[in-house]
Design a protein around this ligand. Structure first.
Ligand SMILES: CC(C)(COP(=O)(O)OP(=O)(O)OC[C@H]1O[C@@H](n2cnc3c(N)ncnc32)[C@H](O)[C@@H]1OP(=O)(O)O)[C@@H](O)C(=O)NCCC(=O)NCCS
Length: 187
């Protein structure tokens, strides 16, 4: 498997020191607290919030900071979805913003930062299993919806969403509008 290099630092960029808000690549362990408090309250510990894909060389995590606190996160991993023809697909998982700062564009900053990183990685499509409550957010971020709602155990209704990225390799087109055979994951 090809290992990706990135020129993005794993700690807040020093040039951002002293600024109230910034966004950067963060280690997987820095996502667990928000995952637990915002996304997976049914879990019992930070340890349970670790995903098996978290530390793959093709996975990266983005965090937005406000006053040195991580207030929004997203995890981006290389994963092909057979519904799409694109050759270098990434999947977004565990996107969350702390309730106290929602609507302050921290989620948008996470997505925008990741899109730059995905450009470096020559990704041609980003997809996600979007919770019903977050569909409007993803639409604002330029994602499209495919198919009907499906149920993810414990979490609730989701729709498959995708965003074509501006540096397509071959393909990139949508393949199949029948989502009935899709495997479900814990988004
Ligand atoms: C979805 C979520 C990540 C959005 O984060 P956020 O930081 O509040 O979003 P932002 O402030 O960056 O919003 C960016 C834009 O999307 C809009 N937006 C945000 N959430 C929205 C929603 N649920 N429905 C419609 N629009 C929404 C904002 O109004 C803003 O629009 P604008 O640019 O016109 O002002 C956050 O609400 C959240 O953590 N929800 C709970 C967890 C969750 O469902 N995560 C997604 C799992 S698939």
């Amino acid at each position: 498997m090809k290992e990706f290099t990135t020129n993005i630092q794993h700690t807040p960029n020093p040039s951002q020191e002293g600024k109230a808000a910034c966004v950067s690549i963060i280690p997987s362990s820095a996502t667990y607290s928000l995952r637990l408090s915002v996304l997976w309250q049914h879990k019992n510990s930070l340890d349970e919030c670790k995903l098996d894909i978290d530390d793959l060389p093709t996975t990266f995590h983005v965090g937005a900071y406000k006053n040195r606190e991580i207030v929004a996160i997203g995890t981006f991993l290389r994963q092909q979805n057979e519904k799409f023809e694109a050759k270098n697909q990434y999947r977004l998982r565990a996107m969350a913003t702390l309730p106290k700062v929602r609507g302050e564009n921290f989620g948008k900053q996470v997505i925008d930062f990741a899109l730059e990183e995905l450009k470096n990685r020559k990704a041609d499509l980003l997809w996600c299993d979007a919770r019903k409550v977050a569909l409007g957010f993803y639409e604002k971020m330029g994602f499209n919806i495919i198919g009907d709602f499906y149920e993810v155990p414990i979490i609730g209704k989701h729709k498959l969403m995708y965003k074509s990225l501006p540096n397509p390799s071959e393909g990139g087109a949508f393949v199949d509008n029948d989502t009935s055979n899709l495997k479900l994951y814990n988004p």
